[in-house]
Each structure stands twice: as C-alpha cells, then as structure tokens.
Design a protein around this ligand. Structure first.
Ligand code: OGA
Ligand code: MN
Length: 211
C-alpha cells in the first residue's frame, strides 16, 4: 500500500513569517503581530511620558556627528528601560524574534536597543538608512505601531524605496503591526503625519568587536 506524499506541517508562526520575508525580500510587515491589550498598554505608557515632558527631540547621527535636525526628523523619543510589565512583555517577544533570526538567518544578533517615538502632526522623517556612517552594528530594524484605526488620509506611512529610488511600499502605522527590515539595505522615510503617530522603533545589533 502506498501513502500519498504529504507536505510536512509548516510552521506559520508570526516570527517564522518575519524570517521568511526577510530572506525573500529584505523586509516584512505583519499586521496583528502583537495582541491589542499589549499595544494599548504601551500606547498609554508613551502618552504618559509625553504628558510629563519625558520625551526628547530625536537627533540624527552619532558621536561628533550627532545633531538636532527637525527638518529631517520630527519625532520625540524615549529609550525603553524594561521597567513596566508592558515593556517586559514586548521585550520578551522581541527576544524570541532575535533567537529565531539568529537560528534561521545566522545573523549573530546580540541585543536590541529600542525607543518609544512620537511624531507630532506636521512631522515625518526624510529618506535615510538606519546605520551610522562611523559604526554599523545595527543589522535589523523593528518598528511596532501603536495607533488604533489609522486612516490612509492621515499620512504618516512608512515608505520603502527600491534601488531606483522609487517608493514600492507604503505601510500604515496601524496598532499591532510589526515591521522589520535589514537596517543597512532598505532606504525608507516616514511621510508627514496629520495625527500624533506613536511607535516603538528598535535595532537588533551585533557585538562591537572594534575595541
Ligand atoms: C526610524 C524610522 C520608521 C517608522 O526611527 O529610524 O525610520 O515607521 N522609523 O517609524
Ligand atoms: Mn529609520
């Protein structure tokens, strides 16, 4: 008796989808990656920091190149410190992603640095690449969006550019969506937003072996 060949059960967990997308196209956008209650808790935490003036105008560059250029980027940020339960939950999920990226893409990612970011209406972030000229430890960018019911006419999309400098993806910053991409490879921008735009942006880094 013959048994029909059967595909092995495929693992379609969201973390596996991210890995598959990164291998196939260098970027990934997964709606509903995070549960609603976690996103709500993180959003509340960010808005409390904003109300109490605990956000800082974001800079560009690093070391001596570090400057404030609100014409280039208009977000206000605060590094995650892992102190709240919501942050711990978020960071635990990112740790699972880090391990999957290392085992499936052999990236040797060592840690994650991540910050809350809030773009006030009228601001965005011009086209750029997420690696510093003088230090390229950042390998994979992650962005988690915290905004319920985002409408296309509110702007604020994440724009991805191809090699011909054309926009080939517009991703709405909708609550629960996780975006990942290869930090050094994908030029991107944040379109001017009409509504406060809340997110967590982070970077998986390799260990600094230069000293
Ligand atoms: C960044 C960035 C994209 C986004 O913080 O470097 O490009 O969609 N963010 O918030
Ligand atoms: Mn960026």
């Amino acid at each position: 008796m013959h048994t029909a060949a059967r595909a092995l059960p495929t693992d379609t967990s969201p973390v596996t989808l991210v890995c598959d997308d990164l291998i196939a196209q260098g970027w990934s956008a997964i709606p509903h990656f995070f549960p609603g209650h976690l996103i709500t808790a993180l959003h509340i935490e960010l808005m409390e920091h904003a109300e109490h003036n605990r956000l800082q105008a974001a800079h560009i560059g690093k070391g001596e190149q570090r400057t404030l250029r609100s014409d280039i980027r208009g977000d206000e940020t605060r590094w995650l410190d892992g102190k709240s339960l919501a942050q711990q939950d978020f960071l635990a999920q990112m740790e699972l992603l880090r391990q999957a990226l290392n085992s499936q893409l052999f990236l040797g990612l060592n840690d994650l640095e991540a910050h809350f970011a809030l773009y006030p209406p009228g601001t965005g972030y011009s086209q750029h690449i997420d690696s510093f000229q003088n230090n390229n430890l950042r390998r994979i960018t992650i962005v988690a969006y915290l905004n319920e019911h985002w409408q296309p006419e509110e702007g604020g999309e994440l724009l991805l550019f191809n090699d011909d400098n054309e926009i080939y993806q517009r991703i709405l910053p909708e609550a629960g969506t996780l975006v990942c991409f290869i930090s050094e490879e994908i030029p991107h921008a944040v379109a001017i937003t009409q509504r406060p735009r809340a997110s967590i942006a982070g970077w998986f880094r390799v260990r600094d072996t230069s000293f």
